[in-house]
Design a protein around this ligand. Structure first.
Ligand code: CAA
Length: 257
């Protein structure tokens, strides 16, 4: 299995397992990851997903260069579309995905992390979009998601130079939200996932959807979407429970209804 899923209650951990190639993704692994993401999206008992890579060296070293080397444009189009489908399955999933970046996240590996809602990294993590050094460009969403996340100027510098950055710089430019010692990374990512899972599921999912439209719409339409989603949350039992629990000074018991 090149992609595995472990369940711990409401939290699923998805692990890329091809350590001999630093978890570089070929077509088979992309298809496996797409199947896993699709299955998890349909599972209402999953409230948060962690994505990580096997071993200490790599989250994912990108798309499989050996598989891409002899592709023609038609094959490359199918490959980029598959990568887009995987990234969209993650970014469009109802539950939040957290990238626990445990080593290099280069090229397509960085792009998978960008598709996640939250990124945390180990101190030995490294990020980069080195595609121009291979004669190609980012093909799994990097030209679109990186500028949206960290701003056009810094994204341009990274994508046009192919420069690799360490975890501290990734934190400074907002590419990740926290950096931990390697041995703490998964525990810290799990703690974030547990906190998310303890919140009202419908509200978490509505907030994710509302933030997603930032990139697809103008301010007025985005605020209109937020207003609708906000109002709709008042139709849930969890809204009544969450507010009643606050007023009664007790912990809420969210049911997802
Ligand atoms: N594709 C295929 N195999 C890869 C790979 C990749 N992206 N990255 C690493 N590997 C393989 C290596 O070929 C090597 O295999 P062999 O033992 O069979 O030779 C094994 O993983 C270990 O790698 P290295 O010996 O190179 O390890 P290192 O510690 O010396 O270097 C590294 C590590 C700096 C990450 C280096 O492997 C590297 O630069 N990898 C390529 C990173 C890259 O350019 N990624 C972008 C790919 S293009 C892309 O992703 C396009 C897109 O947007 C979709």
């Amino acid at each position: 299995m090149t992609v595995t899923t472990d369940r711990d209650g409401a939290i699923a951990t998805v692990t890329l397992r091809r350590p001999e190639a630093l978890n570089a993704l070929n077509g088979n692994q992309l298809n496996a990851l797409l199947a896993v993401a699709t299955t998890l999206s349909a599972d209402v008992s999953v409230r948060a997903v962690i994505l990580t890579g096997e071993g200490q060296r790599a989250f994912a070293a990108g798309a499989d260069i050996k598989e891409m080397a002899e592709m023609d444009p038609v094959q490359a189009l199918a490959f980029t579309r598959l990568g887009h489908a995987v990234a969209s399955a993650i970014s469009g999933a109802p539950q939040p995905w957290i990238a626990a970046v445990n080593g290099v996240a280069l090229g397509g590996g960085c792009e998978l992390a960008l598709a996640c809602d939250i990124r945390v990294a180990s101190q030995n993590a490294a990020f980069g979009q080195p595609e121009v050094m291979l004669g190609v460009i980012p093909g799994w969403g990097g030209t679109q998601r990186l500028p949206r996340l960290i701003g056009a100027g810094v994204a341009s510098e990274l994508i046009l130079t192919g420069r690799r950055i360490g975890a501290d710089e990734a934190l400074r430019i907002g590419l990740v939200s926290a950096v931990y010692p390697s041995e703490e990374l998964l525990g810290q990512a799990t703690a974030i996932a547990r906190t998310i899972a303890s919140n009202a599921p419908g509200a978490v999912q509505a907030a994710k959807r509302a933030m997603a439209v930032v990139h697809d719409t103008d301010m007025a339409a985005g605020l209109a979407f937020e207003a609708q989603a906000f109002a709709l949350s008042f139709a849930t039992a969890d809204q009544k429970e969450g507010m009643a629990a606050f007023i009664a000074k007790r912990a809420p018991n969210f049911t997802g209804s």
